[in-house]
Design a protein around this ligand. Structure first.
Ligand SMILES: Nc1ncnc2c1ncn2[C@@H]1O[C@H](COP(=O)(O)OP(=O)(O)OP(=O)(O)O)[C@@H](O)[C@H]1O
Ligand SMILES: [Mg+2]
Length: 251
């Protein structure tokens, strides 16, 4: 039986009268790659903020590895092994790539030497070793997103939540980001991915959860989701039809 690592139970989050997450429930099993998709404003980032301790949901529960983490601080949640990246990348611009990764490594490292060892391994895994002495602010957007992942990876997570890690990347960079996701997953990290780049996440996801206007409207295998009428109407339709129109106009 698959074991749920993260369980979202009836989570509701409101901003004033706006219901950003409306009674959302789903779980992510250990070892899975699950994608969370949906139109702009569907509540994806808000849900990440609730899970990672930036917001306390109005109601509902979030369970990680059997422990209730609802309302816990981001620090406590990171210590338990659950971490996230941000839709708007926030590297410490005036610090080097390596120094950025060290800030993550110090979460568990007992001393500087150990932190350096963790940072080195993470920089090599994420192909940032050559750029370790560059200022984070001078990196390309693709490398900034990669650094964001590296910083989180240095905290030795069991599960990572990626918020639009592929937005703004070109085709080659998207492919590299997909490969990085698969590699992290092979290394035992469970992934929950928010992404609009369908052609990148559909092939790598075990399951897909769809939010629209705060509500979960579907959940299933990538194949079930791309053929789901409600999902096509709420989200995929415009994307796929716009794409096929573009393709047709080129013929
Ligand atoms: N801090 C906030 N205060 C008030 N409203 C907010 C806040 N954060 C998000 N919202 C609103 O909550 C809703 C959900 O926003 P959210 O950012 O979670 O959507 P999203 O699915 O991540 O969208 P996108 O794909 O554009 O990133 C939107 O209507 C948004 O305007
Ligand atoms: Mg968002």
């Amino acid at each position: 039986m698959p074991r749920p690592l993260l369980e979202i139970q009836n989570v509701t989050m409101k901003f004033g009268n706006l219901v950003a997450n409306d009674d959302v429930s789903f779980s992510v099993n250990e070892g899975e790659i699950v994608s969370l998709i949906g139109p702009n404003g569907a509540g994806k980032t808000t849900l990440f903020n609730c899970i990672s301790g930036f917001y306390k949901p109005v109601s509902g529960k979030i369970i990680f590895d059997g422990k209730d983490i609802t309302g816990k601080s981001t620090h406590e949640i990171t210590l338990l092994g659950l971490t996230r990246t941000f839709q708007i990348v926030k590297p410490l611009k005036e610090m080097t790539v390596k120094e950025n990764v060290l800030t993550g490594a110090f979460l568990h490292a007992k001393n500087k030497k150990e932190a350096e060892q963790i940072a080195q391994k993470v920089l090599q895994t994420t192909h940032l070793w050559e750029k370790k002495d560059m200022l984070a602010g001078s990196l390309t957007i693709a490398d900034k997103k990669r650094l964001e992942i590296a910083r989180m990876l240095a905290t030795r997570p069991r599960m990572m939540m990626l918020d639009e890690a592929m937005a703004g990347l070109n085709r080659t960079e998207v492919k590299e980001a997909m490969e990085l996701c698969l590699m992290l997953n092979r290394d035992g990290i469970t992934l929950l991915i928010v992404e609009h780049v369908m052609e990148a996440i559909m092939p790598i996801s075990n399951r897909v959860v769809v939010l629209s206007a705060g509500k979960k409207i579907a959940e299933g295998s990538p194949e079930q989701i791309i053929n789901n009428e409600e999902v096509i109407k709420a989200y995929l339709g415009e994307r796929y039809y716009a794409k096929s129109r573009q393709a047709n106009s080129r013929i």
